[in-house]
Structures are given as structure tokens and as C-alpha cells.
Design a binder for this molecule. Structure first.
Ligand code: NAD
Length: 371
């Protein structure tokens, strides 16, 4: 299926969608995940992955096989050997295979509706903007950019070229995580007063670009800390106004360029506060929320599968869903039906502003307000 402007003007479409985004707030608008039941399922949208690394290969491509509203139509890779492997495994047409040099020719390819940017963090902005310029809708992996300023250039480009932008926040498509968002929106136990969120793992070996400040923009904070920020935001249903952050390194040598372990606190306008942790050299994966009249726990809170916990005495069992399939279908449904992504570029920007403030606090110390 080709782009939207076959039937209606792309400008009209994005104007409509942008109006929806303007009204969007993290927990006050919880669109149904099956909202696209009216969508014509016979017309799957074509997605092209750019960056066939670990996440694209081991998670996204297998997940795509479970998707109902989109399919893997193309790939962009700089590694010749991967072309034949992916062609054979996923039946990708030869003419839908691009490299980093000829990527812009994708503009003329009617099979590709969406480009999914799964590259190192420092390349997100460039390829999101190039994809937008080629007239393709974009899913960009988290963190959306290296800074909020850079993130804004991506939003501006997508607006300019009338395409939709979504960030790869798969947890927004997990039913148990959405239960936490719903409690924040409906407040059956009163307001959240305290949140504790942790997302950390022990990085074995030398993980290439993730240890480079230039390529990753930062360390554990950029990679896993963003989940702890997200968790505190959706558990309170509010946007933080100020942060204080502290950094520790247990391995000075390995993590000489990027942050290894960071703890930080966030203040929310309604009076709630959070305490969070991220690390490349510790294990943690948890979200605890204390409400005025109760508590909730997710543990694990950010993994690809097995998210479970409880809200008060109600047990949240593991849900047999594929987060990435739902996420990609969700965006395909947005594009098809002209409704905003539930995780638009603006959602990525909210985290980038917090990350900017955390890095300002690490550099200069003390309490830093969000700007
Ligand atoms: P990876 O290193 O496994 O893959 C990166 C890909 O980019 C490789 O195919 C590599 O060849 C390609 N590449 C192109 N130019 C490159 C360059 N100059 N240097 C290095 N690689 C280059 O990384 P990954 O784990 O797949 O992560 C990719 C992105 O996906 C990151 O932004 C990461 O944060 C995100 N991610 C998201 C999730 C999630 O759950 N949403 C999970 C994992 C990774």
C-alpha cells in the first residue's frame, strides 16, 4: 500500500493528526489498543528497518511476523552479507534493499510506508529527518535523540514533510503497564505520592558504540534510565518540574566516557517525588508506586516479556502478548486511520528534557529545573 496522500491530501491528514497530538497527554488519553478495528486489514503497511543490529534482528523482525497491520517490506544495511540472509528469511524484494548511501532513493519506493530507525543513538536524528524528507512515516528508537534540542529538529522535520513520528516505547503497548497508567489517570487510590523506579543490567564484554559518548550521547541513562523516567511519569501521570542526580562508577576504565550508574530524584507539580536508578553494572528492574491509599508494583517492569506485579491486592498476571508486534501494529493503525500515535515524538521529547536536566545536574550539581 502506498502513502496516505493517494486518497486525501497528506497536509490535511497530518493537520488532523497533529490536532490529536496537541490534545494528547500521557495518562489522560488512553486510547484503546484495538482502536483500529475499523482499519482495513487486507492492506498491511510496508515497514523498512534501518540498522540490522541486535534489536532489529532478535526482537523486531521476529515480532513483525506476528503483526497484522504491517509487514517487513524493506531493509537498509551497510553490510552486504546481511542482504541475502534477510531476503531469504523474510522474503524481501531485491529492489527494497538499500544501504546508507542510496537510502534517500527510498522516496520513490511505493512499497515502503514507514521507516523504523534502529541505529545507534547519534544517528537517530539524521535518519529520521532523511526518512521524513523521503515522505516516509517514522518510528525512531529510544532515546529519540542525544538532546531535546536535537529531538525538536526531528519533530520539526516530520511536521514539515507531513509524516508521522513515533518513538519505540514498546511498554505503552503492554497491558500491565497500561494498568499503571490507568490508575494514575483514574486515581482509585488517590494520587501517587512516591515512585521508585529502577532499570539496570550488567553489561558484559565491550558493547561498542554504547560506551562511546559521541555515539550514545551518554551511558546507562540514555539506554535504561529513560525507562525509569518513563515509569515515574506514567505512574504519577505528571511531568516532572525539577531533578537532582548523582553518578557512581564501579568500573572507571570501562565506563570512562559514559555514565555507568546514576541515581536521581524528580519533583512533580502535584507534590509527588520519585527516586530512580539506572546502571550498566548492576541488576534492577522494578517500579513501585505508593498512592495516598495503596501501592502498586511491577517487577520486572521493562523486560520484553514477563511483566507482572500487583496493584493493591489485584495480581497482574503475565500477559501473552508481543510488545513489539503491538507497537508496530499500533503505529501502522495510526497511519492508516489518521489518529495520532500513542507515543509520538512529543512523548520522546518529554524524556529528553528530563535527561538534559539530569546531565546538567551531574555536571553542575544540585537541583535543576526542566527547561
Ligand atoms: P546494535 O549495535 O546491535 O545495532 C546497531 C546497528 O546499527 C547495527 O546493525 C550496525 O551495523 C548499524 N550501524 C550503522 N552505522 C553504524 C555506526 N557508525 N556504528 C555502529 N553501528 C552502526 O544496537 P541495538 O541494540 O540494536 O540498538 C539500536 C537502537 O535500538 C538503539 O538506539 C537502542 O537504544 C535501541 N534499542 C531499543 C530497545 C527497546 O526495547 N525499545 C532495545 C534495544 C535497543
Amino acid at each position: 500500500m502506498n502513502r496516505l496522500n493517494r486518497t486525501s491530501s497528506r497536509r490535511d491528514f497530518v493537520t488532523r493528526v497533529s490536532a490529536g497530538i496537541g490534545a494528547f497527554s500521557l495518562v489522560n488519553a488512553l486510547p484503546s489498543l484495538s482502536a483500529a478495528s475499523s482499519v482495513n486489514k487486507s492492506s498491511k503497511l510496508g515497514i523498512a528497518f534501518i540498522g540490522l543490529g541486535n534489536y532489529a534482528t532478535k526482537q523486531l523482525a521476529p515480532a513483525m511476523e506476528q503483526a497484522e497491520d504491517c509487514y517487513l517490506a524493506g531493509i537498509v544495511t551497510g553490510t552486504k552479507a546481511k542482504e541475502a540472509v534477510w531476503r531469504e528469511k523474510y522474503g524481501i524484494k531485491k529492489e527494497n534493499i538499500y544501504n546508507y548511501e542510496n537510502f534517500d532513493l527510498i522516496a520513490a519506493n511505493a512499497d515502503i510506508d514507514i521507516v523504523y530507525v534502529v541505529l545507534p543513538n547519534s544517528m537517530h536524528a539524521e535518519y529520521t529527518i532523511r526518512a521524513a524528507k523521503a515522505g516516509k512515516h517514522v518510528i525512531c528508537e529510544k532515546p529519540m535523540a542525544l538532546t531535546a534540542k536535537e529531538g525538536q529538529t526531528m519533530i520539526d522535520a516530520c511536521e514539515k514533510y507531513n509524516v508521522l513520528l513515533s518513538i519505540g516505547y514498546r511498554l505503552h503497548f503492554d497491558p500491565n503497564t497500561r494498568e499503571i497508567m490507568k490508575v494514575a489517570a483514574e486515581k482509585p487510590y488517590g494520587k501517587a505520592q512516591y515512585v521508585h523506579s529502577e532499570a539496570a543490567f550488567i553489561m558484559g564484554g565491550n558493547k561498542g558504540w554504547r560506551l562511546s559518548k559521541e555515539m550514545a550521547g551518554g551511558g546507562a541513562m540514555m539506554d535504561m534510565g529513560i525507562y525509569s523516567i518513563q515509569a515515574a511519569r506514567y505512574a504519577t501521570g505528571e511531568e516532572p518540574i525539577a531533578v537532582r542526580a548523582q553518578e557512581y562508577k564501579t568500573d572507571q576504565d570501562k565506563f570512562k566516557e559514559v555514565d555507568e550508574t546514576v541515581t536521581w530524584q524528580m519533583e512533580f507539580p502535584g507534590g509527588a517525588y520519585s527516586n530512580s536508578m539506572t546502571s550498566y553494572n548492576a541488576r534492577a528492574n522494578r517500579l513501585y508506586v505508593s498512592y495516598q491509599k495503596g501501592a502498586a508494583l511491577l517487577e520486572p517492569a521493562t523486560k520484553y516479556t514477563g511483566i507482572k506485579g500487583n496493584i493493591q491486592k489485584r495480581v497482574l498476571e503475565v500477559q501473552p502478548i508481543n510488545q513489539q508486534a503491538r507497537q508496530m501494529d499500533g503505529f501502522a493503525q495510526s497511519v492508516k486511520s489518521g489518529t495520532p500515535s500513542i507515543v509520538p515524538g512529543e512523548e520522546g521529547m518529554r524524556d529528553m528534557r528530563v535527561i538534559d536536566a539530569i546531565y546538567r545536574s551531574l555536571a553542575n550539581g544540585g537541583r535543576r529545573e526542566l527547561i
